[in-house]
Design a protein around this ligand. Structure first.
Ligand code: ADP
Length: 576
């Protein structure tokens, strides 16, 4: 890809070439037209001009279809100075322009080089532009630095151009591809359909600047070719040729430079550069629009998925809630008939125990045991539901105070087996949920100990960073490694049947701890037994949170007494 600095250097080089052209005194007003010439100009209709299409910077079409280029600006200048009027007759290619001139459909052409053959039909003006001819190849192709190196190459050239005739004559052994215009030649080289093309240096650099993606380069200069550009006037318009000659002679070097700079890609005022930038901007906009459309479609699809998910979540939440309400009301409503059965069976035993057989009495006892079991199950189901539904706003809770209180409420024969580490820390927790969790862990630690072993329960805490891990360690039957996660699920019971239970206790622990944002688990104890743990956030520093402390100081007795009431109520239900 040609760099901007290379192009600027090239621009200077081209100026050196063009500086030999039309070195006329800058006296535009002094065009010594004869009266005859003035009359001819006044009487003559607009001159029909044929220009080379797609031959920037000399002649090309603007995006709006207007003829533009160095040749067109020179015609404008001539029109201003002489009063001549010009009309550009469009053509598809240079070949067609020449045919129009030959058939008399145009009066003159611009950008034409002299040849003996053309001399028969046209009268040529003085040269108005001279520029180098260069070899253009692909950047990765072998370097054809000299025209002679192209003799076995395939060369794309525009039909009926003077340079084309010169190349054919100079390289008879080369394969020639003749196409409509120079631009097509560049494209063929870029597409690897030809090895090279030979072109006017301005046209070549213009294409290279406009199409860096074509990856073409200027490979060499053909110094032996010199085809200055002239205007060619049909022989039957001889007066016109004389006027044009005088007008061209009046154009100064500065004026010509100004015109050339306007149309060269590296000229700041280049109309073409504007069109190029427009095209690039359009391409960027197109990519941006395509990217935007894809992003929008993606966002739309994501939003649809999120909405669908939310709907399913809402439905799930609603059905969970109704299940909870259902199970809670079932558990609640079953308690009254259960109490009635319990009461009637006790009454039967009391009133008629003496008059019924021993078997019948045993059956009544079994009914009472079943009632008791069912009472415990109903209590656990209700507690589980409560853990799920109550507000879980966290506050500072003293583990020390809570654990002491819970142990103090245990029956004395159990209380003596607990060994609590002094000064347990404060945690951020919900007092009732935490009390419920610890109560279940404590009762399991006593329950799951074989009858021939004296229970021994240690309660201690570890503080790491912002977290407090509370351990409840027992010397019971332990938990098999494969059941360590399952036992926290609802109704999961893995111990032998001699250890009564509902399989809800640890599910309540899991639910309560999750609601407080904590974690839980179990590990084997050294020797025998298990070490259950729950991890909670450490309470904020006392001094830094005076306000919170003040709140928790009043909240703690209230919460503890509330939870004590709650636990007592649970036990009463179980004992009933
Ligand atoms: P439950 O105690 O009513 O059976 P839990 O949910 O409290 O229900 O416990 C579930 C199961 O986990 C128990 O059945 C038991 O197998 C096991 N488990 C719980 N705590 C202990 C413990 N401290 N030692 C050994 N196993 C335990």
């Amino acid at each position: 890809m040609p760099s901007q600095s290379r192009i600027t250097l090239l621009g200077l080089l081209l100026h050196a070439f063009s500086s030999t052209i039309l070195a006329q005194p800058a006296n535009p007003a002094a065009i010594p037209l004869t009266d005859e010439e003035r009359l001819w100009i006044a009487a003559h209709p607009p001159i029909r001009v044929g220009v080379t299409p797609a031959w920037a910077p000399f002649s090309y079409s603007t995006p709006s279809g207007q003829a533009a280029g160095i040749d067109v600006d020179i015609l404008d200048l001539i029109a201003t100075r002489t009063g001549l009027r010009f009309r550009v007759v469009p053509a598809a290619c240079w070949d067609e322009t020449l045919t129009l001139a030959e058939t008399g459909e145009v009066d003159m052409t611009t950008g034409t080089s002299w040849t003996p053959a053309r001399e028969r039909l046209f009268q040529f003006t003085r040269p108005y532009y001279r520029s180098a001819v260069v070899i253009v190849t692909r950047q990765d192709a072998e370097r054809f630095s000299h025209i002679s190196l192209l003799r076995r190459a395939s060369i794309a050239m525009p039909r009926r151009h003077i340079v084309t005739s010169a190349v054919i004559e100079r390289l008879p052994s080369a394969s020639m591809f003749l196409v409509n215009d120079q631009e097509e030649c560049f494209e063929m080289v870029a597409r690897k359909q030809a090895d090279a093309t030979v072109a006017n240096v301005f046209t070549a650099t213009q294409f290279l600047n406009e199409h860096p993606e074509a990856r073409l380069k200027l490979s060499g200069v053909v110094s032996e070719f010199d085809f200055p550009l002239r205007m060619a006037v049909r022989r039957d318009q001889a007066a016109l040729a004389g006027i044009l000659d005088q007008a061209l002679a009046s154009i100064s070097q500065e004026e010509l430079d100004r015109i050339a700079n306007k149309h060269l890609e590296f000229g700041l005022l280049s109309v073409h550069r504007g069109a190029l930038l427009q095209r690039r901007a359009a391409r960027i906009l197109l990519f941006a629009a395509a990217g935007g459309a894809i992003a929008l479609a993606w966002i739309w699809a994501l939003r649809r998925e999120v909405r669908a998910r939310r709907r399913v979540e809402d439905q799930l939440r609603a059905s969970n809630q109704s299940l909870e309400v259902f199970s809670h009301s079932i558990a609640h409503d079953l308690r009254a008939p259960l109490r009635a059965i319990n009461g009637y069976v006790n009454a039967l035993k009391e009133d008629y125990g003496g008059s019924i057989s021993a078997d019948a009495r045993e059956m009544l006892d079994r009914i009472l045991v079943s009632c008791r079991r069912m009472g415990i199950l109903l209590r656990d189901v209700m507690t589980y539901n409560q853990a799920n539904r109550c507000e879980a706003e966290l506050q500072t809770v003293s583990l020390h105070a809570l654990v002491q209180q819970l142990i103090a409420e245990l029956p004395p024969e159990q209380r003596k087996h607990f060994h609590v580490e002094p000064n347990l820390p404060e945690v951020l927790a919900h007092p009732t949920l935490l009390a419920q969790s610890l109560d279940n862990l404590f009762s399991n630690a006593i329950k799951f100990v074989p009858p021939d072993r004296v229970p021994n329960v240690n309660v201690r805490a570890e503080t790491t960073g912002g977290q407090v891990k509370l351990w409840v360690e027992d010397n019971g039957i332990g938990v098999d490694p494969e059941h360590r996660e399952r036992i926290f699920e609802l109704f999961a019971r893995v111990a032998a049947t001699e250890y009564p239970g509902t399989g809800i206790g640890l599910a309540i622990v899991a639910k309560c701890v999750e609601r407080m944002g904590g974690q839980f688990g179990v590990e084997p104890n050294t020797g025998c037994g298990s070490r259950f743990w729950i991890a909670l956030q450490r309470a904020p520093d006392r001094h830094a949170h005076d306000a919170l402390l003040a709140d928790s100081a009043t909240a703690r007795p209230h919460s503890l007494s509330a939870l004590t009431r709650c636990l007592r109520r649970n036990r009463r239900v179980a004992e009933e």
